[in-house]
Design a binder for this molecule. Structure first.
Ligand code: GTP
Ligand code: MG
Length: 188
């Protein structure tokens, strides 16, 4: 299977200095299909969102600039499709990545259970097996449908030495924090 890019913007560089930014950081988003990766990225990039579920085909590459410690940083995010059929192309997405966002849906126990498998893949394919990772429990607004308690996910993250944050696209909560905390760790 070949790598299909349906990006709005093709990558100009990965993990290296660009002309207009002081530095560039490549992040990869992974997690089961439907957990909300693309919606999180939409909100992070331009504060827009749609309720439509348009499953990502292959990988979508998008970027934005931000200022961290008085330096302009270009954040390039590879938003991967979570469907099983895209797994064979994922290995190549980790090349040059400085951080990985692993997303599950707090209302979907299976998406949390599958995090272990996503972590195995990250360790296998990322150039640095200690690559900074952020575990994101999304759809925190759906409290009456919650199947994964905060403490259970936080404990899992502690045991695996990674950060954990809960987000909600609907409530616009913790989205900037999830991305920017990882960027700060990745560029330290
Ligand atoms: N209630 C609620 N729904 C959400 C939230 N985030 C995403 N959704 C919904 O979840 C569905 C799937 O979102 P996507 O962002 O397309 O999921 P994805 O992880 O990118 O899926 P793939 O591209 O197939 O891997 C959409 O219908 C969204 O409206 C959230 O925080 N709260
Ligand atoms: Mg998607």
């Amino acid at each position: 299977m070949s790598l299909k890019l349906n990006s709005r913007e093709r990558p100009k560089s990965t993990g290296c200095i660009t002309e207009d930014a002081d530095s560039s950081v490549k992040l990869v988003m992974v997690g089961d299909s439907g957990v909300g990766k693309s919606c999180l990225l939409d909100k992070f990039l331009d504060d827009s969102s749609t309720n439509n579920f348009i499953s990502t085909i292959g990988v979508d590459i998008r970027s934005r600039e931000t200022v961290i410690n008085n330096k302009k940083v270009k954040i390039q995010v590879w938003d991967t499709g979570g469907q099983q059929r895209y797994r064979p192309v994922l290995a190549s997405c980790y090349r040059g990545a400085l951080g990985v966002i692993i997303v599950f849906d707090v209302t979907n126990r299976i998406s949390f259970k599958n995090i272990k498998q996503w972590m195995v893949e990250v360790e296998e394919f990322a150039s640095n097996s200690n690559i900074p990772r952020m575990l994101v429990g999304n759809k925190a607004d759906l409290s009456d449908r919650r199947e994964v308690e905060f403490e259970v996910a936080a404990e899992f993250a502690r045991q695996n030495n990674i950060a954990y944050i809960e987000t909600s696209v609907m409530r616009k909560s913790n989205i900037k924090e999830a991305f920017l905390e990882l960027v700060k760790t990745s560029t330290r």
